[in-house]
Design a protein around this ligand. Structure first.
Ligand SMILES: NC(=O)c1ccc[n+]([C@@H]2O[C@H](COP(=O)([O-])OP(=O)(O)OC[C@H]3O[C@@H](n4cnc5c(N)ncnc54)[C@H](OP(=O)(O)O)[C@@H]3O)[C@@H](O)[C@H]2O)c1
Length: 241
């Protein structure tokens, strides 16, 4: 991984923060993107620079369909071609199905599914040309179970699985892997700050996941050239498949 260039969206969030630290420690040049919260992305840039690794923080609204191509252009110009794409940013508004309005549906699909696709569409041709690349989407156990957030969220994450399988098959022979992680509840994130010691949902491990555990699995997937077209659950045993 050392010396590669990565584009990590949602770097201002819980999982993105932990993964950003792992990438920096592995010597990866990283573009950290954020939506409304710049501080953590800036902190990751400082961390990288003090470790002698090039990095930058970019604010970008991923609900805007023009953002993905612009981001890839900016990163390529400033850090080099993207070798590792991690569309990790996600939005989750908890709503019952009867209450999902058009704006919430469109925004959720735009951020959670359209932006990851447009980012992958922008970086894959270069990866194929260079004979190496990694794409790792951030799904959720909700894509399998329906989850608790709402139908818009579950559908947006399930859509990523279709992307994984379609894209992975197209680029596998060119040294490019495409996978997704599907965590269950991960605490210490803005999406799920935590619910104290009581775990209301049956999780055999008996606790919620940690951002560092998602980050560790992500690094293992990114380091493996033979693992592709997979959606890997990380759910404390909650959803055996
Ligand atoms: N936490 C969980 O329990 C859990 C479980 C399964 C899957 N996931 C998935 O894991 C990923 C990371 O989430 P997290 O748990 O780390 O939650 P988080 O702390 O809320 O982070 C979400 C990230 O997405 C960014 N984001 C949201 N909307 C955006 C937009 N319109 N434009 C640009 N960036 C936007 C946020 O940026 P700003 O804060 O700067 O706006 C933040 O960096 C998400 O895809 C989520 O669906 C989380």
């Amino acid at each position: 991984m050392a010396g590669r260039t990565a584009l990590l969206t949602g770097a201002s969030g819980g999982i993105g923060g932990a993964l950003g630290e792992r990438l920096v420690a592995a010597g990866v040049r990283v573009a950290f993107t954020y939506g409304a919260h710049s501080e953590q992305a800036e902190r990751l840039v400082s961390l990288a620079r003090s470790a002698g690794v090039d990095a930058l923080a970019l604010g970008a609204d991923l609900a805007d369909p023009d953002t993905p191509a612009r981001l890839v252009e900016q990163v390529t110009a400033q850090l080099g071609p993207v070798d590792v794409l991690i569309p990790n940013a996600g939005t989750a508004t908890m709503l019952e199905y009867a209450d999902v309005d058009l704006a919430t549906w469109d925004d959720t699909l735009a951020v959670n599914l359209r932006a990851p696709f447009l980012l992958a569409q922008a970086v894959l041709p270069g990866m194929v040309e260079r004979g190496h690349g990694r794409v790792l989407f951030m799904s959720s156990v909700a894509a399998f179970t329906g989850g608790m957030i709402g139908p818009h969220y579950a559908a947006s994450k399930a859509g990523l699985h279709g992307l994984v399988h379609f894209l992975a098959a197209r680029v596998a022979a060119h040294g490019v892997t495409v996978n997704a992680l599907a965590p269950a509840l991960v605490e210490d994130t803005r999406m799920f700050p935590g619910a104290g010691p009581d775990v209301p949902i049956r999780i055999p491990v008996g606790r919620y996941g940690r951002p560092e555990e998602v980050a560790d699995l992500a690094m293992a997937v990114l380091g493996n050239g033979y693992l592709t077209s997979q959606v890997i659950g990380l759910d404390g045993g909650a959803y055996p498949r």
